[in-house]
Design a protein around this ligand. Structure first.
Ligand SMILES: [Fe+2]
Length: 338
């Protein structure tokens, strides 16, 4: 079976026709699309038409050698991130040193058995793919932070709220052994949870006094508005439960749906606890900052009415670990919850 990985494009730059033939054949048998050049100059010409996923180049070649070829490549913005492997017959310290200085990590020393050659190529492509995914995730996180900052920028009372909520949420989720993509989406969801406040007018969002009924309706609309905004973004779809359900309450008295207990997705139940903890422990126009142990007590009292009673003790453990409360401030009933 041909995997997408095996159909990747590889450029071989090698002056020895004999060696080139063997390498090309070996890779073609593995279903790679292989392009070949005799020297660096020819390699650069091929790159005007093809964007390879990997370049394998000999070092000692006439006209333009591998080092010159590599330098020319890294000056070109379109090719400066293409993975590169040097192929060298005389594996001298000098070659390796020169390549290292230029940032080349990989070498293949000729002669090499075909199966070893294929294994190195495959491993390099897998690693390049992982780096690409990590860079993409970083780019997403930066975008998410920009979006989240829009809210913080508008609401001067919530400075740092998004970062702290994401931090508490991550610690709580890690205690519950969440990992991988689920944890990544939690980071995004925690940062974006109030993104829907973009539809709430300034005079409501920044009002220092209590809200009127119609103002409350507007304020409460932020959960659904946020979910609606992000629903078309495929990559962010797993964050929707955080955005939509972070104001639901265990006893069904929350919004927007009034869901009860386990009807509320766990993402919403988790975020509800950390969101409230941060909101009350920091100063807002309608209340001063309350000490962590007081808010922890409030959350424990509300376990089973506002909050999921099985998550509250785990969050208390997080607060103890963070030294925000002491062990004796965790109520025995909370400590014995499953
Ligand atoms: Fe909210």
């Amino acid at each position: 079976m041909t995997s997408p990985l095996q159909r990747r494009k590889i450029l071989i730059v090698e002056d020895s026709q004999e060696i080139r033939k063997i390498l090309v054949l070996t890779l073609e048998m593995e279903h790679y699309e292989v392009h070949q050049a005799e020297n660096g100059e020819q390699g650069l010409r091929i790159l005007q038409q093809v964007r390879p996923d990997l370049i394998i180049s000999d070092i000692n070649m006439p006209q333009m050698n591998g080092i010159e070829f590599f330098k020319a490549l890294r000056k070109n913005k379109s090719f400066d991130t293409v993975p590169f492997i040097f192929l060298t017959a005389n594996n001298t310290q000098e070659d390796i040193q020169q390549g290292h200085e230029l940032g080349v990590e990989d070498y293949i020393t000729k002669p090499i058995a075909p199966q070893d050659f294929v294994a190195i190529v495959h491993a390099r492509l897998v690693r390049a793919g992982q780096v690409q995914i990590a860079q993409m995730d970083q780019a997403y996180l930066e975008t998410v932070n920009v979006l989240a900052n829009v809210i913080e920028g508008r609401d001067p009372h919530t400075h740092g709220h998004v970062e702290r909520v994401a931090d508490y949420a991550r610690r709580l989720a890690e205690k519950m052994r969440w990992n991988g993509d689920v944890l990544r989406m939690l980071e995004f969801g925690a940062r974006l949870h109030d993104i829907g406040k973009i539809v709430v007018p300034d005079q409501v969002l920044k009002k220092p006094g209590p809200l009127t009924d119609p103002e409350w309706v507007l304020m409460k609309s932020h959960a659904e508005a946020g979910a609606k905004m992000l629903a078309p973004i495929t990559h962010l779809r797993p964050t929707l439960p955080y955005i939509l359900f972070h104001h639901e309450r265990w006893d069904g008295s929350g919004y927007p749906r009034g869901l009860k207990a386990k009807e509320i997705p766990v993402e919403g139940r988790l975020l509800a606890i950390v969101d409230v903890f941060d909101a009350i422990t920091t100063a807002r126009p309608y209340h001063p900052a309350r000490p962590a142990h007081e808010v922890a007590r409030f959350i424990q009292v509300k376990a089973g009415t506002f909050f999921d009673p099985s998550l509250v003790p785990i969050f208390m453990q997080v607060l103890v670990d963070m030294k925000l409360i002491t062990r004796d401030q965790v109520s025995p009933s909370a400590a014995t919850q499953p």
